[in-house]
Write a protein that binds this ligand. Structure first.
Ligand SMILES: Nc1ncnc2c1ncn2[C@@H]1O[C@H](COP(=O)(O)OP(=O)(O)O)[C@@H](O)[C@H]1O
Ligand SMILES: [Mg+2]
Length: 351
């Protein structure tokens, strides 16, 4: 918790009565009952303009403010130690210099919660390492099975791809994805390949992944700390034998899952629409949170067509577009309050 200094909420003009604009001395305990004092939590953020717009929406700022949380923009051109003090740093910038700045700062200020550790985020910037933890999970229980599509990493020489694919025994069609997700739109240029020969037209480094038919519906599983929320989104249509026999070449895929349209209200086959069972998601969330060392991420998950409980994870993203998720304001505020609460407990116990 913050010990001194005065910090303004830079995201909102004016200040309403009761808003947190200053604190001196150790902050009071977090909100427990109606009469309890409001905690003061300062969240410094280093996010792109686009992210600020989509995430720090007025409704979130207002709810946070009512709960004693203020958001303060971090100026990356200034030393971090000259800013703040912060209780929490929220960031999604993966530049090497910024990573170093954050790591040094965290060493000096271990009391500040960095959401999340830069090296853990980096793990998700490569589509091979991103899914490694899931592959190791071996998550199969009463509620279903979670795995990843069979895939092959190609780092060079596109002419050797057809042979490599044949040797690996991958089944067509394949989705080709850039190996590195670098925050640019290039990292999301995906292709569908119908035949082996055309694979040599692709541009490594990339991951070739078996395409899994899934009824055109994708589940986006959002994680915020210990809370999980799942929504349905439209995805790519299935590929049938006819398509496979009558198509050759590679096709650029549209960015379907980015589209704002949710599939939640669509008139869908109940077998396709049914959300993954809650206990499975809880277990998956818990396991991945621990293994990835992250608290803010989402998982793209599909259920294999014709199966009731065989799930594939195809993508994991750090600090996704929470702004599109209904009720994210409450979830995020509660998450920050829980951080404040555990920090306060640690402070009281002297650890
Ligand atoms: N192995 C796969 N099988 C079926 N559909 C896939 C597969 N991989 C990706 N897709 C489809 O392509 C979309 C984008 O793939 P994804 O790996 O999530 O990349 P991005 O980083 O662009 O979000 C997914 O939302 C899904 O609709
Ligand atoms: Mg995705």
């Amino acid at each position: 918790m913050r010990l001194h200094a005065e910090v303004r909420d830079e995201m909102e003009e004016g200040s309403e009565e009761g808003a947190v604009t200053a604190s001196a001395g150790l902050s009071p305990p977090p909100l427990i009952g109606a009469a309890a004092p409001v905690p003061r939590l300062v969240v410094g953020f280093a996010l792109t303009k686009k992210k600020v717009k989509s995430f720090l929406q007025p409704k979130l700022l207002l709810l946070a403010r009512k709960n004693g949380i203020s958001f303060v923009s971090i100026d990356e051109s200034l030393p971090l130690s000259e800013q703040g003090p912060f209780d929490v740093i929220l960031h999604k910038i993966t530049r090497k210099e910024w990573q170093k700045v954050l790591e040094d700062y965290h060493e000096e200020h271990p009391e500040v919660t960095v959401l999340d550790p830069p090296n853990a985020i980096e793990h998700l910037n490569n589509r091979q390492s991103m899914l490694e933890e899931v592959a190791d999970l071996n998550l199969s229980n009463f509620y279903g099975e979670v795995c990843i599509p069979r895939q092959l990493v190609i780092t060079k020489d596109p002419s050797s791809i057809p042979t490599s694919v044949a040797m690996a025994g991958l089944t067509l069609p394949l989705v080709a994805k850039p190996l590195v997700v670098d925050g640019t739109s290039k990292g999301h240029e995906l292709y569908l390949a119908y035949d082996e020969a055309s694979l040599s037209m692709l541009d490594p480094p990339l991951v070739l992944q078996e395409f899994i038919n899934h009824g055109g519906i994708l589940f986006k599983v959002y994680i915020i700390g210990e809370t999980i929320q799942v929504v349905r989104r439209f995805s790519l249509p299935d590929v049938n034998t006819y398509d496979l026999l009558n198509n050759v070449g590679i096709y650029r895929l549209p960015r379907v899952s980015c589209a704002a349209a949710s599939a939640d209200d669509a008139d869908l086959d109940p077998l396709i629409a049914e959300l993954p069972p809650r206990p499975l998601l809880e277990k998956l969330g818990r396991e991945l949170r621990g293994r990835l060392g992250l608290r803010l991420f989402n998982i793209d998950m599909i259920r294999e067509l014709g199966t009731k409980d065989r799930y594939y994870i195809i993508d994991i993203n750090y600090f996704p577009g929470y702004g599109k998720m209904p009720g994210y304001e409450r979830m995020f505020t509660d998450f920050l309050l829980s951080l404040a609460q555990s920090k306060y407990k640690r402070y009281l116990s002297g650890t």
